[in-house]
Design a binder for this molecule. Structure first.
Ligand code: ZN
Length: 314
């Protein structure tokens, strides 16, 4: 009898089919693993490139989505960068601070950092008094002013135990973000001003508009690289009180902080202490009570605290 069509043939055919069925998952798995590792390789290559250039790629992302995106930590790797000798690196050889190691807090403790931008102003003093009443410390990212009253407020911030950080001298977006040099010029002016007045070298800062915004989108990576190289640490926020909006009210500010802090054990609250931000001042006691009732320790920032930043991929 012919082999094809014989019982033997069918037996062999069945064995073959069973064998194929048995080994298919392994072939499939092998395929997956190999494609996965080449993907991993690609990622590693692009990550190295990113570190080398100290650049993160947000280009495909629209600015509006950046504002909404979840914040992330940057890690020490993002400061192992810069290979080039760029002319602005030799500017201001006293514009350096000592970088401290971050202290990683792995407990589930809840911490809130209240931060105030755009001061000093007469409102700053009222806020300082309020913070004293509650016996809590906060962080002030200040701008440049040289009238007597402002000078005494810088001192008050430091003397009452709060953290003073740099926001900007001029707060004019078109100027400060026009070039790295322009950013450094502006930064240096307020840095030396604060150091002269208070004796403290500010080692933390906050970008006007946040670390990525429509005005600095083309140069923010390079500014960040340069400021990290000089030892400074920057902080964005994950809880916007919304007090920057013209139609914000005392209750909208309170609600924003409550709603937005819900999801985080660690919150950095963005607020403003320009003189006309009376709603912020009015909202503050309720905000502090809320954070206390929800078991947040309220503390000031310092450069050992792992920052919350927008979208910096190391
Ligand atoms: Zn500002």
């Amino acid at each position: 009898m012919n082999y094809f069509g014989s019982v033997k043939f069918y037996r062999h055919l069945i064995i073959l089919v069973v064998l194929i069925l048995m080994i298919t998952p392994y072939i499939f798995a092998a395929f997956l693993i190999s494609s996965n590792s080449s993907l991993k390789e690609q990622l590693e290559i692009s990550e190295n490139k990113l570190i080398y250039n100290n650049i993160s790629y947000l280009d495909s992302m629209s600015i509006s989505s950046v504002a909404n995106m979840s914040t992330q930590y940057y890690d020490q790797k993002s400061i192992d960068y810069i290979k080039e000798n760029l002319p602005y690196q030799s500017k201001y050889d006293d514009l350096y601070v000592e970088r401290k190691d971050f202290v990683i807090n792995e407990s589930n403790e809840k911490t809130a950092y209240l931060t105030f931008d755009d001061g000093p102003s007469p409102l700053t003093l009222k806020i300082l008094d309020l913070l004293d009443e509650y016996n809590i410390k906060a962080t002030f990212f200040v701008t440049y002013k040289d009238d007597d009253s402002s000078i005494s407020i810088y001192k008050e911030i430091v003397n009452r135990g709060h953290k003073i950080g740099i926001h900007t001298s001029s707060h004019v977006y078109d100027e400060i973000y026009s070039s790295i040099d322009a950013y450094l010029d502006d930064f240096y002016k307020i840095f030396t001003h604060i150091y002269d007045i208070t004796g403290v070298k500010p080692d933390i800062f906050r970008f006007p508009g946040g670390s990525i915004n429509p005005y600095n989108v083309t140069i923010h990576k390079e500014i960040i690289a340069e400021m990290l190289r000089r030892g400074f640490t920057y902080y964005d926020w994950n809880v916007d009180s919304g007090d920057g909006f013209v139609d914000s009210t005392k209750s909208s500010i309170i609600e924003s902080v409550k709603n937005r802090s819900k999801n985080f054990n660690k919150v950095i609250v963005l607020m403003h202490d320009s003189d006309y931000k009376q709603n912020t001042y009015q909202a503050l006691p309720t905000i502090i009570d809320y954070l206390n009732e929800n078991n947040y320790n309220i503390e000031k920032l310092d450069s050992t605290i792992v920052p919350i930043i927008f979208a910096y991929k190391d």
